[in-house]
Ligand binder design. Sequence first.
Ligand code: SIN
Ligand code: FE2
Length: 210
Amino acid sequence: MSFPPGFLHAPLYFSPPEQATLIEAVSEGLARAPFFQPTMPRTGAPLSVVMSNFGPLGWVTDRVGGYRYQDRHPVTGAPWPDMPPILLDLWDQVTDWPDRPEACLINWYRAEAQDGKGARMGYHVDNDERDLNAPVVSVSLGDPALYRIGGPERGGQTSGIKLMSGDVVVLAGKARRCHHAVTKVYYGQSALVPKGGRINLTMRVVGTPD
Ligand code: SIN
Ligand code: FE2
């Protein structure tokens, strides 16, 4: 199995000083929009990551409302902090998409999550956006992770790649509709993230309804 067309991995796209700048921007954002605990639709089971967002829209999920985008933090009710310019610059550099992303998810993977088993992310397709042709751009910060991507159907063969701090992944073209997961995080290897673990920033174009 090879990587689907449209999958791009840019190793160490951000230098260590740039990674520190990104973490600073994340910390400033979190001061206004603290991490919240997302929960699964229907069951209400907690995801193993905690989340926040930058941008006019943020992705949230809970038992009653399900997966969705909204312009307010689910706990504080405040608007999300602005998208840091360094992330919009990244978008412009690695995509040729005419629109800019309205949402940037901040996912924090912690060693303490899941009763000490550590946070991971199960297989899913990003499909809560209106136009699934717009690329998704993500940045890895902190501890390394094993990222796997398969095909459009759940349960097929997958390919794995180790994502290091500063790496950028773009899901465009066919890869945009492919299942992907973070099956393992190599905790305790990086000192970049305050309180440890891995932070993933994921930018998405949400689109407005017709
Ligand atoms: C995701 O696909 O939602 C997260 C990807 C990552 O953490 O690298
Ligand atoms: Fe995803």
